[in-house]
Design a protein around this ligand. Structure first.
Ligand SMILES: NC(=O)c1ccc[n+]([C@@H]2O[C@H](COP(=O)([O-])OP(=O)(O)OC[C@H]3O[C@@H](n4cnc5c(N)ncnc54)[C@H](O)[C@@H]3O)[C@@H](O)[C@H]2O)c1
Length: 254
């Protein structure tokens, strides 16, 4: 296997692994020999992910709500107990909200967005960083969004939460770079995962409409995002730190 894509003896935590990007990344890393600790709140989806792995014996699954700090700590403990180290952490679990302009957003929507999309990432980072500092190395990849580096009409609370993820990422990069603990964020444009369905944007007509916003005139395929996650996590990528990686068909170039 090409050493740039050989994850042998590496251990990765992935949150939100029952579906979408998290599932596809778990499969891609496991195919390349990575040991995994996968979590989600969706038990049957998580089990389905495990069934799709090439080497399921290299995988532990946990039901974790990322909004709870205890869950974040448990995941790190599981990685250390089962595999002896934590090389990679991908804080991927996230939720969208029903489309609403800022003047229609409720406190409930903001709470949900910040509990899951911000505290979920922050609690994860807190415990992952502690373990990585002890080891003397580690790489965290947070999943933000194009809504984390630009405005998202009718997605104001989501956009605010995903901007917060970028803030956490950049701060961690500056705080821990000297300890060889790095943190980057990926910022995808739309991709046809369940999150689009749940946000009421999943129809073929709507996906075509969303694609018009990209210079490439289409939304991405799931693997087009996950391949960039994989390349970012490559053992050969050892100096990238604090970056927001837009995978957007050129939207940010407008
Ligand atoms: N698909 C897109 O268009 C798109 C674009 C930009 C960013 N993102 C981000 O990508 C990440 C992954 O989303 P996806 O597109 O694969 O969607 P998805 O809905 O397929 O996957 C999200 C996963 O997170 C899990 N999850 C939700 N709340 C949780 C909680 N409280 N605790 C633990 N797990 C929880 C869900 O059960 C699901 O398995 C999210 O952070 C999302 O905001 C997605």
């Amino acid at each position: 296997m090409d050493p740039l894509l050989n994850f042998e003896n590496q251990t990765a935590i992935i949150t939100g692994a029952a579906s979408g990007f998290g599932r596809a990344l778990a499969i891609a890393l496991n195919q390349r020999a990575c040991q995994l600790v996968l979590s989600d709140i969706d038990e049957s989806g998580l089990e389905q992910t495990r069934k799709l792995l090439t080497s399921p014996e290299k995988c532990k699954t946990l039901i974790v709500n990322v909004a709870s700090e205890e869950g974040a700590e448990t995941m790190v403990k599981k990685a250390l107990d089962a595999f002896g180290s934590l090389t990679i952490a991908v804080n991927n679990a996230g939720v969208a909200h029903k489309q609403a302009a800022i003047h229609d957003l409720s406190g409930e929507i903001f709470d949900n967005q910040f509990d899951i999309n911000v505290k979920g990432v922050a609690f994860g980072m807190k415990h992952q960083i502690r373990a990585m500092l002890q080891q003397g190395s580690g790489h965290i990849l947070n999943v933000s969004s194009m809504a984390g580096i630009g405005g998202a009409p009718k997605g104001g609370a989501y956009s605010a939460a995903k901007h917060a993820v970028v803030g956490l990422t950049r701060t961690a990069a500056v705080e821990y770079g000297r300890y060889n603990v790095r943190c980057n964020a990926i910022c995808p444009f739309f991709s046809p995962t369940d999150i689009l369905e749940k946000g009421g944007m999943g129809s073929e007509e709507n996906k075509a409409k969303l694609g018009i916003g990209s210079p490439m005139k289409r939304i991405s395929k799931i693997e087009e995002i996950v391949n960039v996650m994989l390349l970012t996590l490559s053992p050969g990528n050892t100096y990238m730190n604090g970056q927001t990686i837009a995978v957007d068909g050129g939207v940010s170039a407008w």
